[in-house]
Every structure is written in structure tokens, then in C-alpha cells.
Design a binder for this molecule. Sequence first.
Ligand code: PLP
Length: 413
Amino acid sequence: MSNLEKVDPEIAAVIRREQDRQLRGLELIASENLVSRAVLEAMGSILTNKYAEGYPGKRYYGGCEFYDIAENLARDRMKQLFGAQHANVQPHSGTQANMAIYFATMECNKDRMLSMSLTQGGHLSHGSPVSFSGKMYQVHQYGVDLESETLDYGKVGELAHAVKPKMIVCGASAYPREIDFRAFMEIAESVGAYCMADIAHIAGLCASGIHNSPVGVVHFTTTTTHKTLRGPRGGAIMCNQEYATMVDKAVFPGMQGGPLMNTIAAKAVCLKEALRPSFKEYNRQIVKNAKVLAQVLLDAGLRLVSGGTDNHLMLIDLTRQGLTGLEAETALGKAGITVNKNTIPRETKSPFVTSGLRIGTPAVTTRGMKEQEMQMIGDLITRVIFHPQDAGVLSAVHREVSELAGKFPIYPE
Ligand SMILES: *Cc1c(COP(=O)(O)O)cnc(C)c1O
């Protein structure tokens, strides 16, 4: 960072301090990960300098011959990884990937969409009233069954028949169980709706065959590239060839101008990494780690939403402890453990306070942590949750967190 230190020491200091925080702490936010040095190098490259509006071979600017190679590599690798007929790697984020599909399929202020509610696991961009998606479309929502806290496909089907939506959205941000994408597609077909699966969180698991994949099953699959896929912050879309033109037009010129070509190059790099056999092994370890961590929390007497996990995340219901998600997040933060508060089914508190905590294993698994470390992390978390006000406990846990994190570099390779 020698140039940055000279030109802007304040920002250089921010980066140094943040790097230190990432190194010393335990990152357990389910939607976060740590990218490789190769991904960082592509993102920080001179590929940020140019406009490349359009698609490979059909650009609106000259001088794009090398950008075409990068974007084709990203698209081809994504198709190969997921077995997709078509891929668009230009969306700047997961929300924009979803926006493109809505623009491609629904008419504003008219068409109905059926999606999972935010408080029960869905995402803001799935029709929350504070998001563009809730303002532009007639949104109807399904949730989980309040007894099992899992999806009830029969109920979703009944809702679909009552609502007759143009679009059914499946996929979640805080759902610890496997989603049956084929069941959603069958429901969509039975009412003549489009089906979009948003695999932002579980893309790595789907690519690795650990979670069933919606690619080729539903009409449109959207994702982020920065969660379990372990790439740069961004979005992508996959679909069958018959929808390729409609999707591409919705992204550009429908919704975006120039693509972030440094990010697209970095997406190509992360997808190359994801095609290696070690990526499957990594994703298997994410799930093994989550299962061990969940068991430690259950054994300590904590309640997990739906009783456990099938994927990379779990939701702790703190109601019995008389603690809010906000209080638990704050106490764990003081001890160097980063998590986020989250609503749970039957939520009674505001989204800023909440009754739950969402915990995920992708980032600590990237650092090389395995079952033994999950046991330790589970113990550290429970000590904080049972003694959130005890400064002695918090500082003791913080010391142990730093010690554990110090043994696992951010860049294992
Ligand atoms: C994270 C997430 C997104 C959006 O990601 P951004 O890149 O932050 O816009 C979309 N859908 C789901 C289900 C997510 O979990």
C-alpha cells in the first residue's frame, strides 16, 4: 500500500485497522467470507479504468477486446460450475440481479409476486415494503410453518392458487434448512407463474452438490458472488437459453450502465477457484462445521430455530435467555466475535432489536477451522450469551478469541 500511504494516509489507516480486526476476530456473519489474494489482485487492477457497456462482441465502446476475454471467461466458468445454459455476470449486486429478473418478467404497479417474508427468512429485495420490490409490485408473502419452523410447500401452493402471481420467488437469507426448488417450480407451473430461485447464500453449496441446485429446474436463478461462492462483492444470473436475451436486456441497458470490469475479472477468478476439487471439500467442511457448532449450542441449552441446520447457518432464539438479538450481538462484538441479530419466526421485536442471532461458518472455514475449533467457538459464544454483562467473562473470551484467530491466517494459500 505504499502509494496509498503517501496519497491518503487516513484511508490507508482504515485499511490497516480493518485488516487487523479481520485477523484478530472471529467472523461468523453467515453472508460474509474472505476472498483469496488472487481475487483481490483482479479487483484492485487497472480493469477498473474502462467502459464496456454491452456484452462481449457487442460493445458500445472501442478497446474492449481484452475485457471481452475476461467476461467470456467469467460467463463460461459460471455455466460450467452450475451446468447452466446461460449466465450474466454483470449485476453489481444480488439485489440488482433480482431487480433485473423482476423488470424482465413483471409489469410495475400491476403484477403480483409471491415470496418469503423478511421476518421469516426472506430478503429485502423479495418484496419488503421498504425496498423497491415492495413499492413496485403487488407483493404477497409466505412464511414458515410456525410449529416446525420449516417451509410448508402445501401452504405455499394454496397461497399461489389464491394469489395467482406472475412470479414466485424462493431462496432465503436466514433459513437453516434445505429448500426444495423443484417443489417451488411445480407450484409455479401449476399457476402459470415464473419461478426465480435466489441462491445468494447457498451458491457454493449448490455448486458443490451439497444442496440441490435450482439451475435448469426453475426459470431464473440469481446469486451473489461474495457469500459461499467466496468471490468479489457482486451478483449474477443464470437461466436457460430461451430467456437469455430477455435477461441480458434487463441488466443492460435496462438497469445498469457500464459493468464493473475489475469485479467481473475477479468473478472469473473466484469461479476458477470454485471449479477446483478443493472447493467442494471447502463447502462440505462449511456444513460439517455448522452441524458441530449447532450441536454445541443445543447441548448448552440454547434453542435453535427449526432445531438445527442443514446448511452453513443457524438461528439462535434468545427468548428463553431474556436477551435481545441486539444485546447478544453487542456483547459478542465486545469479545471479538462478529455475528448479526436476526428476526425469528413468531418475532415480537423490531428488526433493529430482534429475538435472534444468525451465525454462519463460511468465513471461519475459509481460515481453515474445523470441528475442534467449532467446539471452542460454540463454548465461547455460550459463555458470552449466558454472561453478557460480565466484563470479566467478555475480556477472558476476547483473549481466547484472539489466540484462536491468531493460529488461522486470513490467507491460507
Ligand atoms: C445477500 C442476499 C442478496 C443481496 O445481496 P446484495 O449484494 O447485498 O444486494 C439477495 N438475496 C438474498 C437471499 C441474499 O441473502
